[in-house]
Design a protein around this ligand. Structure first.
Ligand code: NAD
Length: 302
């Protein structure tokens, strides 16, 4: 049986549990050598007693695969560059980066502390940018040295980033930022052989099992467990493999057995009078355009 990620070297951030763990195991099952990163923090980002990365490495090795653990903070320059170094020193190269690590500090905007804003923007948005930049520098050097590069980056956004979610102003802004970053990275890095895409997953993990207890509940024995994190990983593995050649700058929503290509901001109804509007005229024109436009997506929690 051909394995889709045979021999590829793959980094998964936040892979000690939840979706990241499922991705790491799925890549290993498909023949990849995996760097399992996890800082081992609590649900709110507060450091915990130990990183669960080693447990996932042990699981992969027990299944006959190859993996190493990295316990650094991906939202620091040192953590991100040592992560890429870890892949190169353990396995001699890097092929795929899956940015996945993160945590939540949910609050209504009026009660959102500056620290909760900063912490969530930092771990998701900076925590995507820094590993992406470190990996991109490595791939650019490879391309400039004349070696073939078929690199892949899979970023992790969220329905909150696509449509907004009540009580998650910080998280929605960070996850929407990841979509913008994905588009720019895909446009800039294609010339070095790097493809960059994003997913918006939904699955039962510690992040969701209490907040969305009903939607995330496990089914009766024998039924398809639509909310298992393992359902999200096959698309991530394909995007992270050479088989996805030609796919870049795209966003997929994925949960259970469903995959949706998200179609982003694009011009809708337009009016151009070729001269400056008065505010009253601009308002009249805007109302006409809104009447002709598609209604917006519902914000989660409304
Ligand atoms: N579970 C869902 O339904 C869902 C929905 C949309 C988006 N997401 C996104 O998917 C990703 C994974 O979420 P999950 O549900 O598996 O959560 P999780 O809490 O189970 O796993 C996240 C992991 O990231 C690690 N981590 C946090 N900060 C880190 C840092 N600075 N450096 C390294 N590791 C760090 C944590 O220790 C944890 O093990 C997140 O980006 C999340 O926002 C999840």
């Amino acid at each position: 049986m051909t394995r889709i990620a045979e021999g590829r070297v793959v980094i998964v951030t936040g892979a000690g549990r939840g979706l990241g763990r499922a991705h790491a195991l799925a890549f290993a099952e498909q023949g990849a050598k995996v760097v399992v990163n996890d800082l081992g923090v609590g649900l709110d980002g507060v450091p915990g007693p130990q990183s669960p990365a080693g447990l996932v490495v042990a699981e992969i090795r027990a299944g006959g695969g190859e993996a190493v653990a990295h316990g650094g903070d991906i939202a620091t320059g040192e953590g991100a560059s040592s992560l890429v170094q870890c892949a190169v020193s353990a396995f001699g190269r890097l092929d795929t980066l899956v940015n996945n690590a993160g945590f939540l500090r949910d609050r209504m905007l009026v009660n959102l502390e500056e620290d909760d804003w900063d912490a969530v923007m930092r771990v998701h948005l900076k925590g995507h940018f820094l590993p992406l930049r470190a990996a991109a520098a490595w791939w650019r050097a490879e391309a400039k040295a004349g070696r073939p590069v078929a690199a892949r980056v899979v970023n992790t956004s969220s329905g909150a980033g696509l449509s907004g979610a009540v009580g998650q102003g910080n998280y929605s802004a960070a996850k929407a930022g990841i979509l913008g970053l994905t588009l720019v990275a895909a446009a800039e890095m294609g010339r070095y052989g790097v493809q960059v895409n994003a997913i918006a997953p939904a699955a039962r993990t510690r992040m969701t099992e209490q907040v969305f207890a009903r939607t995330m509940a496990a089914p009766a024995a024998g039924e398809f467990d639509a909310m298992a994190p393992e359902n999200v990983s096959p698309l991530v593995v394909w995007l992270g493999s050479e088989a996805s050649a030609g796919v870049s700058g795209r966003v997929f929503e994925t949960e259970g057995g469903r995959i949706t290509v998200m179609e982003g901001w694009r011009p809708g109804p337009t009016a151009d009078r070729g001269a400056r509007w008065t505010p009253a005229e601009a308002g009249e024109a805007a109302l006409k355009l809104l009447a002709a436009a598609e209604p917006p997506q519902r914000v989660y929690g409304t």
